[in-house]
Design a protein around this ligand. Sequence first.
Ligand code: ZN
Length: 433
Amino acid sequence: MHGSQGATALVGMPGFVVGAHELIDGEWWLYVETTADVVGCAECGTRAIGHGRSRTAVRDLAISGRPTVLVWAKRRWRCPDGDCAVTTWSERCEQIAPRAALTERARKRLAERVNVEERSIASAAAEFGVGWHTANAAVAEHTDPVIEDPARFDGVTAIGVDEKRFLNATPTARTKFTTQVVDLDRHRVLDVIEGRSRAVLGDWLAARGKEWCAQIRLATLDPAAGYRAALEEHLPNAVRAVDHFHAIKLANKAIDDARRRVQQATLGHRGHKGDPLYRARRVLLCGDERLTEERFEWMLGLLETGDPDGEVRAAWVAKELLRDVYAATSPDHARRRLIVFFHFAADAEVVEVTRLARTIDRWREEILAYHSTRGASNGRVENVHMLTEKIRRNSHGFTNHTNYRRRILGRLGVSWTTVPTRRIRGRQPRSIA
Ligand SMILES: [Zn+2]
């Protein structure tokens, strides 16, 4: 252990010097103190007298990937003036809050790791050598003021409303859902609301205020009656549309349901690796134009053996006809194609296709409205959905809605003006090596 100028420069906190450093269990321990030796009493201005030191340990930015601990020999001072109300006090430092586990800059950096670099709380916590809760608190401190800023909702004119699975069912609890509201113009998540009912969406819209609601011209929605009712009630000027993404989700579900039923009926068990229908499960959901001739033939071959009555195939055709509705070039064109879809569904007499057609019929106006809007959803909004799902999966399932919402909004709800933190410690200087 020896003092070093290099280490002092490395710590880069004005007014501090490093007296010594050592490597303990793979972590750097830096012993620091302030250089101030003339201090006045804050109350009376009398020159203070040293009154010993107390040690405080706080975690700071990592050095060369190693967690780093600053051990600060904090001075205590005493006012010598017997008439003064102040007796003793400890020195303070902006970077190190009293009783903090992390320096302020480490807290900020940790939040960036999670929000901007998309690391998990656990991995960021490990980098700084702190526990999960300390890391989570640092992220909350830097994220919450930004995501709670009402200015985030300014200028929104088009929203998308989606149901998102939040927690899978367990033996003791039902599946939990959230409602995600997206800004369709800026492709940002506006909020993640607990639940998926008319009431939760209605309350959220009411909380935005009448003026805000009146500015919304377009609302795309997950086809759910509760959402429709809430949007109808609160958004007087909005066209409601079911976009491509949600309609195809319904059609894909019809294919999956038909495939599972036929699988059971023909083979008497759930899909296994070698079963033709199981092998076809993904290709069936692909858009026709994305299939090569070989792949299409391969799919037909699997259906020939696995789907003797052509029921899964009917569901597949229904999906393609619904996609044609969305690919139509004008509202009239779309209306004609929708009729073709209904005719096909009526003739098919496949239970899943019939159910799909009934649902589509209930949402006929919203589906056709897609064509009178400007193509409602688009790839970038679908991208938001995929990123949301990725966050949920990578975090091994959130159990706490507040943490889940913060993570989604911290990453997909705000644009962090990414001024990269200056790399104070890019290399390991010779003095510390
Ligand atoms: Zn004093």
